[in-house]
Design a protein around this ligand. Structure first.
Ligand SMILES: [Zn+2]
Length: 252
């Protein structure tokens, strides 16, 4: 629910919601929002509906004449007092939302995304939407960005590369961790005090770290090129990727 609230404010999909009288958390009596069915049936939806042309609340008489409804004056004054004065002020300076906006269940969310029909949306759809709209950049990505600013202009794309470059789940997992920089090398083990020495790799004299071992290491680089030669000879191809392309799954 909290996520839904976030989504709501982020996308402003319910822009009419602010002025609606019913089920509005800003308009409450004893902490309960209101829904008075008989009033809804008379077409009373928005704060603006109960304001007169000079922006004041209708008198009881004016109200009863306008909506052809007999109401208890206490009930009416309860409603009026439940509307916060700043919200009333705001309603005064905004036109009432159209009736159409109440009936439509289709909303547009983000530029470039298809419209959504709320009446068929399930939990899964909201979850997906929430994920898609996630703008928090992972820490690991920030570090990669420092090193390769040009490659990480659209960082979320990098994660899509993973799925294009391999079908194997283990490889995908590895790439995913690598992008998030959650692969554990001896550098991390040392940090966590799980190994004592300054953490050298067995085949190279440099300290083991994500960047060195996967990207910069000479030993690893020659391994890559041998692997490519073998592959190219076997498959009669001519493919070579730089260490950076390999590390970031950059095969486009
Ligand atoms: Zn090395």
């Amino acid at each position: 629910m909290q996520y839904f609230e976030e989504l709501k404010s982020m996308t402003q999909i319910f822009s009419y919601g602010e002025f609606i009288l019913w089920n509005n958390e800003a308009i409450t009596i004893e902490n309960h929002s209101l829904f008075w069915k008989s009033w809804v049936e008379r077409g009373i939806y928005f704060i603006q509906d109960i304001l007169n042309s000079s922006g004041n609340f209708l008198t009881l008489d004016e109200f009863q004449t306008k909506f052809q409804i007999k109401i208890n004056f206490l009930q009416y004054f309860q409603l009026i007092t439940a509307i916060p004065s700043d919200l009333k002020k705001k309603a005064k300076s905004h036109a009432a939302p159209t009736r159409d906006s109440l009936e439509t269940t289709t909303i547009s969310t983000f530029p470039g995304k298809t419209n959504l029909d709320l009446s068929v949306m399930g939990c899964k759809n909201y979850y997906k939407l929430f994920n898609e709209s996630c703008v928090i950049e992972p820490t690991g990505v920030k570090k990669w960005k420092d090193k390769f600013p040009n490659d990480f202009v659209d960082w979320s794309n990098k994660f899509l590369h993973i799925y294009r470059s391999s079908k194997d789940n283990k490889l995908r997992q590895f790439s995913f961790k690598l992008l998030h920089r959650t692969i554990v090398t001896k550098k991390e083990l040392n940090k966590f005090r799980l190994v004592n020495d300054a953490a050298h790799i067995t085949f190279c004299s440099n300290p083991d770290s994500i960047e060195h071992t996967i990207l910069d290491c000479n030993v690893v680089t020659s391994f890559y090129s041998e692997a490519f030669s073998w592959f190219n000879q076997t498959c009669d191809t001519n493919i070579y990727l730089s260490n950076k392309q390999i590390t970031l799954d950059d095969i486009t």
